[in-house]
Write a protein that binds this ligand. Sequence first.
Ligand code: TXE
Length: 478
Amino acid sequence: MKGQNYIDGRWIDGEVSFETVNPSDLDEVVGSYSKVGEAQIREAMAAARRAQPGWAAFNMQARSDILRKVGDLLIERSREIGTLLAREEGKTLADAIGETVRAAQCFHYSAGDVLRAQGEWYNSMRDGFNVVVTREPVGVVAAITPWNFPVALPAAKIAGALSFGNTVVLKPSSYVPGSAVMLARLLEEAGVPAGVFNLVMGDGRAAGNIMIDEADALTFTGGTSTGRLVLSRAAETMTKCQLELGGKNALVVLDDADLDLAVEIAGNGAWIQTGQRCTGTERIIVTKGIHDAFVERMAKKAASYKVGHALDADTQIGPVCNVQQFNENLQFVKDAQGEGAELAAGGVAVEGRTRGLFMAPALLVNTQSDWRCNQHESFGPIAAVMKVEDLDEAIHAANNCEYKLSSGIATTNLKSAERFRKASQAGMVTVNAPTAGLEYHVPLGGRSPSGYGPRESGAAAAEFFTESKTSYINHGAL
Ligand code: TXE
């Protein structure tokens, strides 16, 4: 399919062609795309700038209807988009369709946001005055997204930005451009005016820097190391930033936990979606009374998953998304063993019916909190277990990590759950549920360096996608 970049309402070719391959079947080319050059990035930013006033003034019911239509089309096409997503990113077809439905829900949610109150009216301390606080669009929004949620993450950003009258230039990860292209086609079909939404493919740094320089706001999701580069670039132009970054999320399992539930939520958090969720569970902190029984059950759980081709109906864990991540995962396991961890399950490449990046979910045990395997994000299907005395030591261990994205606790004691919920430094906490699997109508994000700037989603969207204005009106003067 030619013309995979969408600038000012026109589909155009970029300058450098590239292809994506299917991580489930490395001999299968999924799509051919082309990266645009600097001039075309600037053209996209200029188109968004030109279109923004008109979009901000667009009748709000019409704007809401367009966003709702995008959500409707995403639902209608969820199998087609989900299949392409599964072929490019590697998550199972069920998960990919589920992600596409989540993208639709974000558009439906934002379609409602368009119609909600946009300000407050106050009495004044001065006779004859009133004070009014309004929210105005931030302007042109640059959106840069990672490869692990190729349609849901761009959708949440685009829907939020458009609902508040902003225009958008999106640069997706070059590993998974296909679903972003399909999303762009749905936006065009739903009637988004030319220039309001633009899609460009390009290398992160080269394209990203121009977008950051010329945007009014940048919403970025990706690794913390990339986030630091982005933030330093944004500082030069003081571009408003919202960064959703890496995690090293801990699940605490107490002696009084329901063992079946603890194993279920730990396995889900650590290994589902091939561990490629920033809110996934990479550390499991277990008190000594339940530790041995928990480890034995987790080892069996790891071995029970069907690892295979993303499109096979019985596959529970698809391939790793790309060769770089695949090799990093295997090296991460070897390095953990090098510092003393024992490998209780998986952690190796497995053969599939096709030549794919298949990896057996890994369980590392007898680890220590300060080891690298408990401090650095693997972003793979790799969980490290450490044993602790009690809840106090568990809280200390959970917070003993620079990442502060999500955390969780498995316990049947309400007091312990509340103590952990309050003591955790993470931006999101779960009780008797996986650390991953969040909801889109509430704020999402973590403390630095797992995040920076306003949270995403739900009521938090207005804070980032609008600027507030306080006006003092002297009615009594005339
Ligand atoms: O990120 P990368 P990936 C995190 C997850 C993991 C990472 C995986 O924890 O760390 O995302 O995604 C572009 N200037 N989250 O590997 O490499 C690049 O082209 C500007 C957290 O894709 O950081 C891509 O489009 N842009 C999250 C995007 O940045 C640059 C949820 C991300 O690339 C750039 C999901 C540069 N210098 C994943 N370099 C959360 N916290 O919610 C690269 N890019």
